[in-house]
Design a protein around this ligand. Structure first.
Ligand SMILES: Nc1nc2c(ncn2[C@@H]2O[C@H](COP(=O)(O)OP(=O)(O)O)[C@@H](O)[C@H]2O)c(=O)[nH]1
Ligand SMILES: [Mg+2]
Length: 278
């Protein structure tokens, strides 16, 4: 049963007791939706008539989704997309997956490997690039991420690419020097091409900490969309919904596995249906 399945069942009965509401609240809290969103949903749900339970809850949840577009925004002749987030969320994998999607829809894509902290990170992106037939621009190990990003943007411009996706190093949102470095990467790229998207990658299994991550990254580089990874597990991505609600940042893509094709444009309606029905 989906996250809200039990709530629908409760609401459909002729009377809902205070205990029922407490139980519903506890269940929703356990799902990473966060207290603010849970209270909002419960308060709205209390006003529903039993016969309206399903449709009413559907529209409450639809009201949570940001009205912003979920398309990847692109400009001509060249757009840069920055992929950011903390370690291990799936930035490199998602950068490759997105490159693959955009290439398949007719774009000429390049990848920039701006995670210069670990040689393995660059190799990981190069391996993906070879597999999907996309050039990967790299710098030397330990070189400045902003300079690699600048070189990648210059390469993309000079070689008539229309999209450059820049994979960045994982950084903790509480390390201000690393966050400033990310701001620098963005500013340097903007000298060559507009950064039309800053995509924050969050791991669906992270829980409430992802809200803090989103707030800090958003302050530094103005996040334009979320990629929620590891949605192939049991996590329902409740925290992403909470971020979308609180910060108005739309979920654009979800990762549903480790393979290149395990990537889907986020479908709000289908997602809500899965929360209600499972
Ligand atoms: N199950 C699953 N694993 C994923 C997904 N996205 C990434 N991963 C795995 O998560 C791990 C970290 O991914 P990586 O892209 O290296 O993360 P990064 O440190 O943010 O660049 C790797 O083992 C990936 O294969 C996803 O959507 N589902
Ligand atoms: Mg990486």
């Amino acid at each position: 049963m989906g996250l809200f399945g039990k709530l629908v069942a409760k609401l459909s009965r002729s009377s809902v007791s205070a205990l029922d509401w407490d139980e519903a609240r506890r269940e929703l809290l356990a799902s990473d939706l966060g207290p603010a969103l849970v209270d909002e949903v419960i308060e709205s749900a209390k006003k529903l008539r039993p016969e309206d339970a399903y449709t009413g809850l559907t529209s409450i949840l639809q009201g949570i989704l940001a009205p912003a577009s979920r398309e990847i925004e692109l400009e001509k002749p060249l757009s840069a997309i920055l992929v950011v987030g903390i370690n291990g969320t799936g930035k490199t994998t998602s950068s490759a997956k997105l490159a693959h999607v955009l290439k398949n829809s007719g774009h000429s894509v390049a990848l920039g490997a701006a995670d210069t902290f670990r040689a393995a990170a660059v190799e990981q992106l190069q391996t993906w690039g070879e597999r999907i037939g996309v050039d990967v621009i790299t710098g030397k190990e330990q070189s400045e991420p902003a300079s690699v990003a600048f070189d990648a943007a210059t390469f993309a411009r000079d070689n008539n690419r229309d999209v450059l996706i820049i994979d960045t190093a994982g950084r903790l949102h509480n390390k201000s020097d690393l966050m400033n470095e990310l701001g620098k990467v963005k500013r340097v790229v903007e000298k060559v091409a507009p950064v039309t998207e800053v995509l924050l990658v969050i791991d669906a299994t992270t829980g409430q900490n992802a809200m803090t991550q989103a707030k800090v990254f958003n302050e530094v580089v103005a996040v334009s969309g979320l990629i929620v990874t590891k949605m192939d597990g049991s996590a329902k991505g409740g925290i992403a919904l909470a971020i979308e609600r609180e910060l108005g940042i739309p979920i654009k893509y979800i990762g549903v596995g480790e393979s290149i094709g395990d990537f889907q444009a986020f479908d709000g309606q289908a997602y809500i249906q899965s929360l209600l029905e499972g």
